[in-house]
Design a protein around this ligand. Structure first.
Ligand code: XMP
Length: 316
């Protein structure tokens, strides 16, 4: 395997070579891919990098603050754009998964267009696209399109920017090693992947404020309990999903209908295939008890036991 230090040097000098003049826009999300992309560019072009964090409102509890903190510690001061209301409006009433992704992608494009208009010296757009993203979005020759990952080719060419994807030949485990070699914190390097459209694709059916609150809180509980059990870094992803189905519950002596939360915990090497994790029953029990006790409006917790394929990892 390659030595990370040598690889970093060559990636940085390639980027420096490529970005002759003008500035580079990079959208950071707090994930390892976009953070590594931003740090590589920062080393290559310094303050000609403009890092933007678009807060679409579909992040987990406390996530935006955490991301800003990590980026700052890596010497990157991101411009945070609060677009929570705009995104919520954009997906209001939409339940079709691809339509939801499309609307979110368009909203990102509109925001980037605005930024580019205000900063005419921006020439490039850097993205943390990985090799599996290239394949799954059908960008590789002969590949079928499974889901429109918004971060691959989703931004329209009329933005007029040259796209730079320094990680498009790498797999996730390689990017994690790069992150460590770049001196990024361990917790960042081993963070689970998180989809570009965020929790919006973990809400089946229409995105409502109630369902958004449920996934935000339930996701936090799933991650906390896995960390407590020492399992967080052994799994690929662990999250909560909510839809519109209801289950009758009892509260005291009252009958009350509530939402069903589906917990999905999977193992995978690269996201292309996945197996559900045989989590100890006690851990599932704690997750279930905490979600029904701490998240208002939930009466049932179910565990997803289907591999990929035939299911995908995310519900949408
Ligand atoms: P699926 O659900 O297709 O997901 O089995 C495979 C992996 O990709 C992640 N994923 C995304 N990542 N933008 C991303 O950056 C997206 O739009 C997106 N959709 C899915 C997913 O979390 C899983 O790890």
């Amino acid at each position: 395997w390659w030595r990370p230090e040598n690889l970093i040097d060559s990636l940085v000098s390639e980027l420096r070579e490529r970005v002759k003049e003008g500035r580079v826009l990079v959208a950071v999300s707090g994930g390892v891919d976009s953070t590594v992309t931003a740090v590589l560019l920062q080393r290559a072009v310094g303050d000609r990098l403009l890092a933007v964090l678009v807060d679409h409102g579909f992040f987990r509890e406390g996530e935006v603050e955490e991301t800003v903190r990590i980026l700052k510690s890596a010497g990157i001061e991101p411009l945070v754009i609060d677009a929570r209301e705009e995104f919520f409006e954009a997906v209001r009433g939409v339940s079709d998964p691809e339509e939801k992704r499309k609307r979110i992608g368009e909203m990102f494009a509109r925001i980037f267009q605005r930024i580019v208009k205000e900063n005419p010296d921006i020439r490039y757009l850097a993205q943390g696209t990985l090799y599996p993203d290239v394949i799954e979005s059908g960008a590789a020759p002969g590949a079928d399109r499974i889901k429109s990952h918004h971060n691959v080719g989703g931004l329209p060419s009329w933005l007029g920017l040259e796209v730079i994807e320094p990680l498009r030949e790498f797999y996730k485990d390689e990017v994690r090693r790069l992150a460590l070699a770049l001196g990024l914190p361990h917790e960042l390097a081993f963070r689970h992947p998180f989809p570009g459209p965020g929790l919006a694709v973990r809400i089946i059916g229409e995105v409502t404020r109630e369902k958004l609150e449920i996934v935000r809180k339930a996701s936090r509980i799933v991650e906390d309990e896995l960390r407590r059990a020492g399992l967080y870094e052994r799994v690929w992803q662990a999250f909560a999903v909510v839809g519109d189905d209801r289950w009758v519950g009892v509260k005291g002596d009252r009958r009350e209908e509530g939402h069903i939360v589906i917990v999905r915990i999977v193992e995978s090497d690269d996201g292309m295939t996945a197996d559900w994790t045989r989590v100890p029953y006690e851990v599932l029990d704690r997750i279930s008890r905490r979600i029904t006790a701490e998240v208002p409006g939930v009466t049932m917790v179910a565990y997803a036991v289907t591999t990929k394929p035939p299911a995908t990892i995310e519900p949408q």
